[in-house]
Design a protein around this ligand. Structure first.
Ligand code: GAR
Length: 196
C-alpha cells in the first residue's frame, strides 16, 4: 500500500472519501496521518473517529509560510508519508514543501482547471455564467492551482443553482475521482520508476 498524508482545512469529506476507498479496497493505500491547520476543522473529528492520527499545525503559530511548511515536511516525514494529498487545504504552498515531495503532492480543486483558480472557484463559475464546471485532481507545482492534470469530472450548472447546491454536486464527483486519481498517479509513478 502507498502511504498517504492528508492535509485538510475544512469538513474533510474528501478525506472521508479516500478512507472509504481504502476500506472498500478500491485504493491500495494507508493514511499515515491527517494534518489540519484550522482548530475547528471537522476533518479532525472524522480522522479521530477512524483511528487515524490527527495533528493540528496552526499556521498562525509560525512566523512565515516557509517556517510553517518546514514543520509540515518534518511531520509528514516523521509519519513516513510518500504521497501528500491536499484535500481542501486552504494554504498557499512554498518550495519548502513542494521540493520535499517532488511530483508527489496531489490537489483537488472545485473547477475545471485552468478555469477558476483560487479559493472561490464555485462562485466564480456561477458568476461567469458557464454552463459546465466540475473538479480537477492534479499534481501540485509552485504556481497555485496548476500542474499536470490527473483526472477531471464535469458537472452541469443548473438555472437555479446557488454556490451551495452546485458545490454539493461537484463534491459528489470529487469523492469519486480523488481516490481514482491517487491510484492512477501512484501506478504511473511506479511504472516510470521501474523502467529507469
Ligand atoms: C473541496 O470542494 C475542494 O475541492 C476545495 O475545498 C473543498 C473541501 O471540502 N478546495 C479548494 O477550494 C482549494 N482551493 P472537504 O473539506 O469536504 O473535503
Amino acid at each position: 500500500p502507498i502511504k498517504l498524508g492528508i492535509l485538510a482545512s475544512g469538513n474533510g469529506s474528501n478525506f472521508e472519501a479516500v478512507a472509504q476507498a481504502i476500506d472498500t479496497e478500491n485504493l491500495n493505500a494507508q493514511i499515515q496521518v491527517l494534518i489540519y491547520n484550522n482548530p475547528d476543522a471537522k476533518a479532525a473529528i472524522k480522522a479521530k473517529n477512524r483511528g487515524v492520527e490527527a495533528i493540528l499545525l496552526n499556521h498562525r503559530d509560525y512566523k512565515n509560510r516557509e517556517k510553517f511548511d518546514g514543520v509540515l515536511v518534518q511531520t509528514l516525514q516523521n509519519y513516513d508519508v510518500e504521497w501528500v494529498i491536499l484535500a481542501g487545504w486552504m494554504r498557499l504552498l512554498t518550495p519548502v514543501l513542494i521540493d520535499a515531495f517532488p511530483e508527489q503532492i496531489i490537489n483537488i480543486h472545485p473547477s475545471l482547471l485552468p478555469s477558476f483558480k483560487g479559493i472561490h472557484a464555485v462562485e466564480q463559475a456561477l458568476a461567469a455564467g458557464v454552463k459546465i464546471t466540475g473538479c480537477t485532481v492534479h499534481l501540485v507545482c509552485l504556481e497555485v492551482d496548476s500542474g499536470p492534470i490527473i483526472m477531471q469530472a464535469a458537472v452541469p450548472i443548473l438555472v437555479d443553482d446557488t454556490a451551495d447546491t452546485l458545490h454539493a454536486r461537484i463534491q459528489i464527483e470529487e469523492h469519486r475521482i480523488l481516490p481514482q486519481a491517487i491510484a492512477l498517479a501512484a501506478q504511473r509513478r511506479s511504472l516510470l520508476l521501474n523502467h529507469v
